[in-house]
Design a protein around this ligand. Structure first.
Ligand code: MG
Length: 324
């Protein structure tokens, strides 16, 4: 029994009574599940989540706090938040700084549980570190597996690994998670920065429930061909979750292609695909949603939000309150 969560849900229900109506998607939808190719809520009805990804934790630790989460949920109307734990890149990545890295991610997860919003724990790696991933996810599943809020993303954007290699890695990590968490959604990466979705479609992982596969797009680079390829994967029975996407080029820079972003968004909405926009960061690049002057703790004024951030705000606000 998910005793901890039931007690929490009761407290939250009382809190709603006091606060008035506020979107709390986890109270609305509960334990997610995959049915066929669809993400569904506890009642078995299809649901799509929409939200924002934090940037690499080892570059923007300043945003990994409960106030920033609150702003994304309460102000921006995100129904899912993604914590991107960088594995390599610098000395603050998980490989060289495991304890502090896990702690930052836990800060975001705890804040999402308090807000009753879904949260993706993203192993943000471009190379395979199976031993470390197994240990990390096993610990996290032990700690958070009873909370329906948590979604596990076990390998962000494999680059040159083959699908058989990614598949073997994924099975090892999934087994580690499932030792402690029988049911939360697990997102599996696809080759070539999550664009070769046709490869898992041809050879999916079997024997586990509630798996979805990640497709990532950057609208100015990836166009109709990636929508077509993803459609074909869905037709073959593959459940898809867009755990990272944005409107500019795949470098995260260059101009936003508004027309292609709208084309991707309409396409996702038609299929009720969940999407998460990249990213909450403040670098001098198009995909960073905030300016360096933006506070670390939310309450971001329009003058501190860059054009891409504003587009994401508009897109999120257009969905009905809460996940739909
Ligand atoms: Mg669970």
């Amino acid at each position: 029994m998910k005793k901890k969560f039931l007690i929490y849900a009761l407290i939250a229900a009382v809190a709603i009574h006091w606060q008035g109506v506020r979107a709390q998607p986890v109270l609305q939808h509960g334990q997610l599940q995959v049915k066929g190719t669809r993400l569904c809520n506890a009642a078995g009805n299809p649901v799509a989540l929409h939200g924002v990804s934090f940037g690499w934790h080892n570059l923007w630790p300043r945003f990994y706090n409960s106030s920033a989460v609150h702003e994304l949920v309460d102000g921006w109307k995100a129904t899912v938040v993604r914590a991107s734990m960088g594995i390599e890149l610098n000395d603050k990545g998980y490989l060289k700084n495991a304890e502090a890295s896990a702690k930052l991610v836990q800060t975001v997860v705890d804040a999402c549980i308090a807000e009753n919003v879904y949260v993706i724990v993203d192993w943000h790696d471009h190379n395979m570190h199976q031993q470390e991933a197994v240990a990390f996810f096993e610990n996290m599943a032990k700690r958070y597996g009873s909370y329906p809020h948590v979604i596990w993303e076990i390998f962000n954007e494999p680059d040159y690994e083959t699908w058989p290699e990614i598949k073997a890695y994924s099975i090892a990590v999934i087994e580690a998670i499932r030792r402690h968490d029988p049911d939360n959604i697990i997102l599996v990466g696809s080759p070539k920065w999550d664009q070769s979705i046709h490869e898992p479609a041809a050879d999916p992982i079997t024997g586990f429930k509630n798996l979805m596969y990640t497709m990532h797009f950057y609208a100015a680079t990836h166009k109709q061909w990636l929508r077509d390829r993803t459609d074909s994967a869905i037709q073959k029975g593959l459940p898809i979750f867009v755990s990272e996407c944005a409107g500019m080029e795949a470098t995260g820079n260059g101009p936003i292609d508004e027309k292609e972003w709208q084309a991707f968004k309409s396409w996702m909405d038609m299929r009720q695909l969940s999407w998460v926009a990249w990213s909450l960061s403040d670098k001098n690049e198009t995909c960073s949603m905030l300016l360096p002057e933006a506070s670390s703790s939310g309450n971001w004024k329009p003058a501190r939000i860059k054009p891409w951030g504003k587009m994401v705000q508009v897109a999120l606000a257009a969905y009905p309150q809460g996940a739909k």
